[in-house]
Design a protein around this ligand. Structure first.
Ligand SMILES: Cc1cc2nc3c(=O)[nH]c(=O)nc-3n(C[C@H](O)[C@H](O)[C@H](O)COP(=O)(O)O)c2cc1C
Length: 336
């Protein structure tokens, strides 16, 4: 049976062009974040608590918001009120950038999928650090862990990638409970090359040498399109450099499950990504000690259970949340 969001809110949102619906949602949650009665209303959706500790952090439940929904970190109190056990903002780049030309988000409702080629549109590390500082000062900072996902600015050449990540890292680490290094978005040319062992080790070494007064857990977000040999090399580099966790996975460039007339250039997310992404979670859990945060195709309690059964410690939602709404959180937690 359809839930309240699916019956009432989704038809309204889906009557809008996808990016307009996204902006409307974010603007509404941003407004709610400043208004206690609205936050109390959102809390009606929150799932029961199911505490979990990882990286020395306490999570009220293991279901997080995946990167990309709140790229600029404008609605942290609202995400926490909806019941997310942790929130990952970003991807943030050193420089503000507009992203790719529109249209750049495409819904595929029959497939419960989305294709996007946004290209890291975001306000840049300086503006976002300022916003997070402001939120801290107001006392509205959420009680759930907050991750900040950082990536490379489009105009920075790949050889200077580490400097670009470092710039954002220095500005944002004090606001983050963990930092995600995104080396796997398919929409920034060359970014995925940072998963190659030498480049990844260079980046991890640069970030590791900067850890600051309080070392923050650093996690690496990987692509579902890695071969098993490539995955093995990524894991070795992560383990050698003290990486705290892996987010598996980002969106895929494998569109073989999509009818050609619906296909678009970009990263595919949602149900068609589930199995491929879960296979990587299983592969990591079987071959490495490093904890895994699973992201990719979770759209019901069963797909979330698949991730935990495969060895994930935590999970993150994006596309499933777009299709199923906040009640998806409760559905997953109640089935755990
Ligand atoms: C519209 C859109 C934008 C995204 N932007 C980002 C991003 O900025 N950084 C990132 O690491 N992942 C980004 N992602 C990937 C998601 O965080 C997630 O890893 C991926 O979509 C797989 O999960 P899902 O199937 O639940 O959506 C984006 C996904 C979508 C659909």
């Amino acid at each position: 049976m359809e839930n309240l969001y699916e019956r009432l809110v989704r038809p309204l949102l889906f009557s809008l062009e996808p990016e307009a619906a996204h902006h409307f949602t974010i603007a509404s949650l941003r407004a709610a974040s400043c208004f206690d009665p609205a936050l109390r209303a959102l809390k009606q959706f929150a799932p029961p608590s199911k505490p979990k500790t990882l990286f020395g952090l306490n999570f009220p439940n293991p279901i997080g918001l995946a990167a990309g929904l709140d790229k600029n970190g404008v609605a942290l109190p609202a995400w926490a009120a909806l019941g997310f056990g942790f929130i990952e903002i970003g991807t943030v780049t050193a420089m503000a950038q507009p992203g790719n030309p529109k249209p750049r988000i495409f819904r595929l409702p029959a497939q419960q999928a989305v294709i996007n080629r946004l290209g890291f549109n975001n306000e840049g590390a300086d503006a976002i650090a300022k916003r997070l500082g402001g939120l801290r000062a107001t006392g509205r900072w959420p009680i759930v862990p907050v991750g900040v996902n950082i990536g490379k600015s489009r105009t920075t050449p790949l050889e200077r990638a580490a400097d670009d990540y470092l710039y954002s890292f220095r500005l944002l680490r004090d606001f983050a409970d963990y930092i995600t290094l995104n080396v796997s978005s398919p929409n920034t040319p060359g970014l995925r090359e940072l998963q190659e062992p030498a480049a990844l080790s260079r980046l991890l070494h640069a970030i590791g040498s900067e850890s600051g007064a309080i070392a923050k857990p650093v996690v690496v977000k990987i692509s579902p399109d890695l071969t098993s040999v490539e995955l093995e090399a990524v894991l070795a580099a992560c383990e050698e450099n003290g990486v705290a966790g892996i987010i598996a996975t980002n969106t895929t460039l494998d569109h073989s499950s999509i009818p050609p007339e619906l296909d678009e250039e970009g990263g595919l997310s949602g149900a068609p990504l589930l199995e491929k992404s879960t296979a990587l979670v299983r592969g990591i859990a079987a071959n490495a000690k490093i904890p895994v945060i699973a992201s990719g195709g979770i759209c019901d309690a069963k797909s979330a259970r698949d991730k935990f059964d495969a060895g994930a410690q935590l999970v993150q939602l994006y596309t499933g949340f777009v299709y199923r709404g906040p009640q998806l959180l409760r559905e997953i937690v109640e089935a755990m």
